[in-house]
Design a protein around this ligand. Structure first.
Ligand code: ZN
Ligand code: ZN
Length: 399
C-alpha cells in the first residue's frame, strides 16, 4: 500500500480509538491472556500482556495498529514463549466466513488478478490467464449482502447445534460480526474450556458433518425427533420438497424402510450428501482447533475493511453489518483512485462497480475500498492537511 493511503488509514483508526476506545471491554482474567497487534505495514507483535484494559486502550490510541488481538486461552505466563506459557484453558471459538460458503454470487463480485501480465477481471479465478496463459493468479474476494446473510444463517445453525447438541445455553454464547465477511462466536464458561486441540477437532468434525457415512440409514432407525444428526437427517428426508414424488408410502417410517429397500446405494448417498451439506455448519475448523491463537478483539477495527468487529449476541436477527459496523460515520469525504471494485453496499447506499476511476466517496467507503487493496487515496485538500499532520507526528515519534 502506498505511504499516503497508509497514513490516512492510520489516522482514521487513531480517531476511532480516541473517540470510541471505551467500548473495548476487558476480557475475563485479562492478566492471563496473550495480546498481540500489528502496525500498518509491519509484522505481528505477540506474547505481550496487559494488566488492565485502560493500558490496552491507551496503547491503541498511541499506536493505532492495523489489527489488535487477544488469546481465547488463559496462561500462567502469557508473555513466555509458547511452550513455556503454561496453558490453562480456552474458550471454545468459531469462525464463519462468507468465502467458505462458496455462494454463486462470488462469480459476480470476486476479482482475479494475473500476476504475470497484470490482467484483472470480475469472476472466479480461471485455471490459467486467458491473456498470457500464466497460472500465477490471485483471488480478491468480496462479500455482498447475500454473502453476509448466508454467514448469518450459518451462525444461527451453529447456535442451534450448541444449544441442543452441546447443552450450551444462549447466555454463554457471544456472537460478533468479524468486521469483514462473517461472524465470530465464542462460548464462555463452559465445560469444554479444558478440551485440548484433538477434542476441539472432534467438535469441529461433528458440526461440519465430517465422516458421516451414507450407510447410516441401514444401521439406525431414524426419527425426526431423534437427538443430534439422526434427527437432522430424518427431518431432512421428511421435509424434502420432492418427497411425494419420490416415495410410494405416506408415513415417514415407511418411507425410511423404502429408502433402505428400494433406493440404490448411489441415491442414498446423494440424500446423505445433501442432508449433510444443508445441515452442517460451515465453520473454519482450523480456528476452533487451534488453542494457541490470538483472536481479533471485539470493538477493534478490521484492517481488511476498516469496519468494527462488533458484538451482536442480542440482535443478530436485525444486525446489518453494512450499516451497524461502520467505525466513524460522519460527513468526511475522500477522493479515491479506484482500481477494480464490484458493486458494494455500505452505509445504506450502493457504490460501483468501478474500474480505474477517481471518485469522491464518504471517507468510510474510501477506507473500506483502500483497506481491501482495491484503490488508493488521492491527496487533495482535506486529505493533504491530514497527511501532513500525520507525517509530522510520525517524524516526532521516530525521533
Ligand atoms: Zn495473464
Ligand atoms: Zn456474495
Amino acid at each position: 500500500m502506498d505511504e499516503n493511503s497508509t497514513l490516512i488509514l492510520k489516522r482514521y483508526f487513531k480517531e476511532y480509538y480516541f473517540h470510541y476506545g471505551e467500548r473495548i471491554k476487558a476480557p475475563s482474567e485479562i492478566a492471563s491472556r496473550e495480546f498481540g497487534y500489528f502496525p500498518f505495514g509491519g509484522a505481528m507483535i505477540r506474547h505481550i500482556s496487559f494488566k488492565d484494559i485502560g493500558t490496552f486502550r491507551a496503547a491503541l490510541v498511541r499506536e493505532a495498529p492495523a489489527g489488535a488481538y487477544c488469546s481465547n486461552s488463559l496462561y500462567n505466563d502469557p508473555t513466555a514463549e509458547m511452550h513455556l506459557k503454561g496453558w490453562k484453558s480456552a474458550e471454545l471459538i468459531f469462525d464463519i466466513d462468507a468465502d467458505g460458503l462458496k455462494l454463486p454470487c462470488k462469480k459476480v463480485h470476486d476479482v482475479w488478478l494475473c500476476k504475470g501480465g497484470g490482467k484483472k477481471e470480475f469472476g472466479l479465478r480461471p485455471e490459467t490467464c486467458p491473456n498470457c496463459k500464466g497460472n500465477r493468479i490471485l483471488e480478491l474476494t468480496w462479500a455482498c449482502p447475500d454473502c453476509l446473510e448466508g454467514t448469518k444463517k450459518e451462525t444461527m445453525k451453529l447456535l442451534e447445534f450448541l444449544e441442543f447438541d452441546f447443552g450450551i445455553s444462549s447466555s454463554q454464547v457471544r456472537v460478533y460480526f468479524s468486521g469483514n465477511a462473517g461472524y465470530h462466536i465464542s462460548v464462555e464458561k463452559s465445560q469444554y474450556e479444558t478440551l485440548d486441540s484433538h477434542g476441539r477437532a472432534e467438535i469441529a468434525d461433528y458440526l461440519t458433518g465430517r465422516g458421516i457415512m451414507p450407510n447410516f440409514f441401514n444401521s439406525t432407525r431414524l426419527l425426526p425427533n431423534d437427538p443430534g444428526w439422526r434427527g437432522r437427517v430424518a427431518r431432512f428426508i421428511r421435509d424434502l420438497p420432492e418427497v411425494n414424488t419420490l416415495f410410494k408410502s405416506t408415513t415417514f417410517e415407511k418411507r425410511l424402510s423404502e429408502l433402505i429397500s428400494d433406493f440404490s446405494k448411489k441415491q442414498v448417498e446423494n440424500f446423505m450428501t445433501r442432508a449433510v451439506s444443508e445441515n452442517s455448519v460451515k465453520i473454519d475448523a482450523m480456528v476452533t482447533t487451534d488453542i494457541h491463537r490470538i483472536f481479533r478483539m471485539p470493538e477493534t477495527l478490521n484492517n481488511k475493511t476498516g469496519l468494527v468487529k462488533r458484538e451482536c449476541s442480542d440482535n443478530l436477527n436485525s444486525f446489518d453489518p453494512t450499516t451497524d459496523a461502520i467505525a466513524i460515520k460522519d460527513d468526511s469525504k475522500a477522493e479515491v483512485m479506484v482500481d477494480i471494485v464490484p458493486k458494494i453496499e455500505i452505509g445504506g447506499s450502493s457504490y460501483g462497480p468501478f474500474r480505474s476511476e477517481t471518485i469522491e466517496l464518504p471517507l468510510y467507503v474510501g477506507v473500506y475500498i483502500v483497506s481491501r487493496g482495491a484503490g488508493k487515496f488521492v491527496i487533495t485538500g482535506q486529505n493533504s492537511a491530514l497527511v501532513q499532520k500525520e507525517a509530522q507526528q510520525k517524524v516526532r515519534s521516530d525521533n
